[in-house]
Design a protein around this ligand. Structure first.
Ligand SMILES: [Zn+2]
Length: 479
């Protein structure tokens, strides 16, 4: 049965490209546009034939992003405590624009409908091919797939199904327009939809979701380079190990799919192929909404890979920041400084549940804490580990990012609620419960998005913004 082919097996890249080498696909997409076309005149910026809205709504606030999922973030993989180490080196800057596989839907159980501008799809499963008139409706069956097209229908054997729009590589699904080629991946508990798209065509939809549309051009350009660098590291990390590189949600970089946001498209075109490089490898350019005035180190916070422990993302070793996200407009928001009250019993339950879900036996049996305090800090003062004290047991130390994740009820690498907006806080026991008083919004590694905007407003151009938030990294054109 198709479901037996779970994520994590070798050879996904070959499967999702339908036997076409990934680089060839990349090249084909490069030929379709990428660096050469100014954004305003790209065919992709023309209205889609789809009746559905093209852009999703912009976020109410820049969201926490680029949180690198730990290798154990995949539910199908073993718990982190026992997971085999996988620490790939940082990739060298690729000379040809790569494609990225973005999971846009997961564990879907209902039939799915797809349209495309040309009105025609090539449907492929293994060596079977069929040219179908859109709209098509795909249903998973006991033996594989059933596809209903305009005026005809056909069954396919089990296995990943590729939907390749004829002509322009974009399709309409789930109320949005998605650039690239779709693969429907059958899993034991549903179907994943993965878009394979050239990096340059992918990025505008990231910027459209990550930044306010009225923000400065230079903030957009800095964000484009950071997002491009980050996704290259993810792409090289997951190739052959998983059937997607990133998701379209906040556990990766938020992605709107195709966007008509002119500022986003301009920023990507103006920085086409530009990536951050340090000692020959691409920088995993993590970023988040607000650092609260002091950054965090990537290592132990958003990555466990020692190859990512490099100067440009040791933000906790950089001095505390001024002229960053404390800009008056943001300072007044509830993100720059925030507080949350959580009952000790809730803290206990959340850590226990987190320990059980993620294979940390000590945490799974934890008592109710009576105090929570920083036990280790980075050189700028930001906590990297907290000590939980108890009435009758020895203290337990928990890394800052894990404690936040646990209290927010998330699974490792996939966030949870936003009760604690960052892992930089002090905790006061009160009769009402623990009062967490915190700084910033997001993990705090690398570029601070609100700080990038403040820096742009202060007259700095995008390269200077990148130098500020990724010190020591060089900005190079890869393709
Ligand atoms: Zn900041």
């Amino acid at each position: 049965m198709a479901g037996s082919t779970g994520p994590g097996v070798e050879g996904w890249r070959r499967i999702v490209t339908g036997g076409v080498p990934a680089r060839a696909v990349a090249l084909a997409l490069v030929l379709l546009g990428a660096c050469s076309s100014p954004p305003a005149s790209e065919p992709a910026s023309k209205p889609s034939t789809a009746p559905a809205a093209i852009d999703r709504q912009p976020p109410t606030a820049p969201v926490e992003v680029a949180k690198a999922p730990a290798p154990a973030a995949e539910p199908a993989k073993p718990a982190p405590a026992f997971a085999p180490r996988f620490d790939p080196p940082r990739p060298v800057p690729p000379k040809v624009e790569p494609t990225v596989r973005v999971r846009v839907g997961t564990r879907l159980r209902e039939p799915q409908s797809f349209r495309c501008p040309s009105g025609e799809f090539t449907v492929m499963v293994g060596s079977e091919r069929w040219t179908a008139q859109a709209p098509i409706r795909v249903t998973r069956t006991a033996t594989g797939w059933s596809v209903t097209a305009k005026g005809s229908a056909r069954s396919f054997a089990a296995g990943p199904m590729e939907l390749r729009p004829v002509g322009k590589a974009s399709l309409d699904w789930d109320g949005a327009s998605w650039p690239g080629v779709a693969t429907l991946v059958p899993l034991p508990d549903g179907v994943d939809v993965v878009m394979q798209v050239g990096v340059e065509e992918y990025l505008p939809g990231v910027l459209a979701k990550e930044l306010y549309p009225q923000w400065d051009e230079d903030a957009f350009r800095a964000q484009a380079v950071a997002a491009r660098s980050w996704v290259l590291v993810e792409e090289s990390r997951w190739e052959g190990r998983r059937h997607y590189d990133v998701t379209s949600g906040e556990s990766s970089q938020a992605w709107a799919g195709h966007t008509r946001n002119a500022r986003a498209r301009e920023a990507v075109a103006a920085t086409c192929g530009m990536v951050l490089v340090f000692e020959g490898g691409v920088v995993p350019a993590f970023y988040s909404s607000s650092c609260g005035g002091r950054g965090a180190n990537a290592m132990g916070s958003v990555t466990q890979n020692p190859n990512h422990d490099i100067g440009p993302v040791r933000s906790g070793d950089q001095p505390a920041r001024t002229g960053c996200c404390e800009a008056a407009s943001f300072k007044a928001s509830s993100h720059y400084r925030w507080s949350a009250t959580v009952a000790p019993a809730t803290v206990q339950q959340a850590i226990r549940a987190y320990g059980q879900r993620n294979g940390f036996p000590t945490w799974a049996g934890i008592d109710q804490p009576i105090a929570i305090e920083a036990s280790q800090t980075a050189s700028n003062g930001r906590p990297v580990e907290y000590r939980l004290r108890f009435k009758e047991r020895n203290p337990v130390m928990i890394p800052a990012s894990k404690l936040r994740e646990a209290i927010n009820g998330g699974i490792a690498g996939e966030g949870g609620s936003r009760t604690l907006k960052s892992d930089d806080f002090t905790v006061a026991p009160t009769p009402k419960g623990f009062v967490f008083t915190g700084r910033g919004f997001g993990h705090g590694v690398g570029m601070c998005q609100h700080g990038a905007q403040a820096t742009a407003k202060a007259g700095k151009e995008w390269r200077a913004i990148l130098e500020r938030y990724y010190p020591g990294a060089r900005c190079e054109r890869a393709w």
